[in-house]
Write a new protein. Structure first.
Length: 72
């Protein structure tokens, strides 16, 4: 266990993002043209889409086999 922890601590933030980017997404509220939308991003920050509500954005992400989380 200690070896694994030491190895993980040496991973750069960029490498860690890539590690989770294949199956993790986050949803964040953003303002566009005066409107609030909920953008869906992959773990590495690539914007995947947007929806009008956080609930729908999370559902869409999960329907696409992503573990999705709402962040502020």
């Amino acid at each position: 266990m200690q070896y694994q922890e030491a190895t993980l601590r040496q991973i750069s933030p960029a490498a860690l993002a890539v590690l989770g980017s294949m199956d993790t997404a986050y949803v964040r509220e953003v303002e566009e043209d005066g409107n609030i939308v909920y953008a869906i991003y992959s773990a590495d920050g690539q914007r995947l889409g947007e929806e009008d509500s956080a609930e729908v954005a999370l559902i869409i992400a999960r329907q696409n086999d992503l573990d999705a989380f709402l962040v502020s």
